[in-house]
Design a binder for this molecule. Structure first.
Ligand code: ADP
Ligand code: MG
Length: 629
């Protein structure tokens, strides 16, 4: 065969192979164009899952009639003009290949009226065959119609799935776009019926900052359990929402990451998030989050993927660390009492459920986490202090507080009776101006497993063993962090057979390895001599640990594996040290436990990621008895 230049249409069809995978990719490209054109409202009409028709209309700045043919020609764009522009791209598009690619595999029409012009125009293209520009009335903005996608590419058409599936992909793309742009209204219809309306929230909304839209996109359950993150440093800003650990998923289906407003997948950041959750998430479960990373566009290369699903960072290591630290610090604040508790409604979620069904709201959602804000209440009182408090306040306090409790909740005199029913139990200590601790005061122990506590809002139930385990674990970690890492020399150095690459990493990262407690030298092209190991882990499989550490260092430039292995060991120790079920606790002991929970980082979940506490508000309890209906 001789070498020949391919015709334009075929070139576009080849490009379409990368850019246009399915109807959802068309919707993505066209809506992104509308957003780049400054649209405030975008209408998306679909038929048969987008295969028969995708029509996208926007009220953006439009395209001049004489530029319509240019818009659909290859490598034509208004968004960049030079390499310098490419290196600092701020628009979603810049490659100038979406419209020609889509037009080459469909029956395509582009109608528009440019801002400031009084006539609109249309250009039709059939499977890549360009028509003539004709006048056509059109409001300011642009309409793109894509009919019979892949009608001329049977091989592609065969891979299309059922209407519902394709529609599902489109909806997921739109959700992703909608999360980032709550300022824009999106209206969707399918087969002539309106199916979704994302209401625009005006211009005041900071990128991705709408509570309403987050609830619409990911459900009320996510919104209620979301922890707001906003942290800046080193020229980076990370903000958005992360679900507190008790809300988790079986799959990674609620993980949204945006870099400068563009939805992307990034292994390194996903890894950083996973590590931040490592200590608080139930094994095998996935965290949920919507995170926006913002940085100087010159520090990120967006031109690495034809469909722009990925980016490349100039300083990936710094960003990994920044994301890890920000989220780790935010998650440290998941103390019992300060955040929404484990879900207690019919959804009965706990750690195992996807918590998709709505549970009765126990608190208004959206918790603000600000790294600069003072830490949550730290209770200093000792166990003895509480004993004294109860000793002084006992019976008299019971009556008085039952009264003020009922008054405060507005639930009426009925509760005064209820209060006196736990005659022997000291209820809320008398306090007019003092604010109550978030977990309240213990009133009883149930079956030797649960502590019941009374708060101003209702009832708190604590899993005593789970809570104690976390407190012990955090104490052990704290002690070890401050003691520094001890190294234990091996009597006989171990020789480790490794790959050449691993050996090179070990040599290069010698200082890092020493800091982690390993003394390693190269013994040959494919072998290492291991002379000392982290003391605490000396009895485990240190060789396997070292191999994993080397793999991490190679892939991510850092490793938290030694820390993780140490934590695992400390967690086991804490578990054995924690109060066993069926141990009777005295009230002062129970109160001491509650106060320690409030003061301990991550105490909202046990070492295995299960919740340690649940809250029942008085109004929830009222509903059990059909009160107030
Ligand atoms: P890119 O978005 O990478 O520039 P496209 O092929 O998607 O490439 O679009 C080509 C050009 O057509 C854009 O640069 C823009 O000038 C114009 N364009 C496309 N869609 C719209 C729209 N909805 N509103 C205004 N201009 C548009
Ligand atoms: Mg584009």
């Amino acid at each position: 065969m001789t070498i020949r230049q391919l015709p334009d249409t075929l070139i576009n069809q080849i490009a379409a192979g990368e850019v246009v995978e399915r109807p959802a990719s068309v919707v993505k490209e066209l809506v992104e164009n509308a957003l780049d054109a400054g649209a405030r409202r975008v209408d998306i009409d679909l038929e048969e899952g987008g295969v028969r028709l995708i029509r996208i209309r926007d009220d953006g700045k439009g395209i001049a009639a004489d530029e319509l043919p240019l818009a659909v020609s290859r490598h034509a764009t208004s968004k960049i003009a030079s390499l310098d522009d490419l290196e600092g791209v701020t628009t979603l598009g810049f490659r100038g290949e979406a419209l020609p690619s889509i037009a080459s595999v469909s029956r395509f029409s582009l109608s528009s009226r440019r801002i400031g012009e009084d006539r609109g125009a249309v250009l039709e293209i059939d499977g890549g065959r360009l028509g003539e520009v004709a006048p056509k009335p059109h409001p300011q903005g642009t309409t793109v119609e894509v009919r019979d996608l892949f009608f001329n590419v049977p091989a592609r058409r065969k891979f299309l799935k059922a209407e519902r599936t394709e529609l599902g992909h489109i909806e997921e793309w739109l959700r992703q776009l909608a999360l980032a742009r709550p300022d824009v209204e999106l209206r969707v219809s399918h087969n002539g019926k309106p199916t979704r309306r994302w209401k625009g929230e005006g211009d005041q909304i900071d990128l991705g900052l709408s509570d309403v839209r987050i609830g619409e996109a990911l459900g009320e359950e996510f919104a209620r359990n979301a922890l707001r993150v906003d942290h800046s440093g080193a020229g980076l800003r990370l903000h958005g929402w992360i679900a507190q650990p008790a809300y988790n998923r079986a799959s990674a289906d609620q993980q949204y990451l945006y870099v400068n407003g563009r939805a992307v997948r990034d292994r390194s950041i996903a890894h950083a998030v996973k590590q931040a959750y490592a200590d608080v998430l139930f094994h095998g479960r996935q965290p949920a989050y919507v995170l926006f990373l913002e940085l100087d566009p010159r520090r990120v290369d967006v031109n690495v993927h034809p469909a722009k699903h990925e980016v490349r960072f100039r300083d990936a290591r710094l960003i990994h660390d920044f994301v890890y630290r920000t989220l780790h610090d935010a998650l440290a604040e998941t103390r019992a009492g300060t955040l929404p508790s484990a879900q207690t409604g019919e959804a009965g979620a706990g750690y195992g459920a996807d918590a998709s069904a709505a549970a009765p709201p126990s608190q208004a959602g959206m918790y603000q986490y600000r790294p600069t804000a003072p830490l949550a209440l730290r209770v200093q009182e000792t166990q003895a202090g509480y004993a004294a408090l109860y000793g002084n306040n006992g019976g008299a306090g019971g009556g008085a507080s039952a009264g003020s409790y009922a008054g405060g909740s507005g639930a009426g005199a009925g509760y005064t009776g209820a209060g006196s029913a736990y005659a022997a139990a000291p209820a809320l200590p008398h306090s007019d101006d003092e604010t109550l601790p978030p977990l309240g005061y213990a009133v009883a122990q149930l079956h030797g497993i649960y502590v019941l506590a009374e708060t101003a809002e209702g009832l708190i139930v604590v899993d005593m063993h789970a809570a104690h385990e976390r407190i012990g674990y955090e104490k052990l970690k704290f002690a070890h962090d401050h003691e520094g890492l001890r190294t234990q020399p091996l009597l006989v150095p171990a020789t480790l057979a490794v790959s050449e690459r691993e050996a090179e990493v070990a040599e290069r990262e010698e200082a890092t390895l020493v800091a982690l407690g390993f003394e390693v030298t190269r013994a040959g092209p494919q072998s290492l001599a291991l002379r000392a190991v982290p003391a605490l882990l000396a009895h485990g499989d240190v060789e396997a640990l070292l191999r994993d550490v080397l793999a991490d260092l190679r892939e991510h430039g850092e490793s938290r594996r030694v820390g993780a292995a140490r934590d695992e060991l400390l967690a086991t120790m804490a578990c054995h040290g924690a109060v066993r079920a069926n141990r009777r606790l005295t009230l002062p002991e129970m109160n001491a436990l509650l106060r320690e929970m409030e003061a301990t980082e991550r105490s909202g979940q046990c070492n295995h990621g299960r919740p340690t506490w649940a809250r029942f508000t008085l109004s929830e309890i009222d509903r059990w008895f059909l009160r107030g209906r």
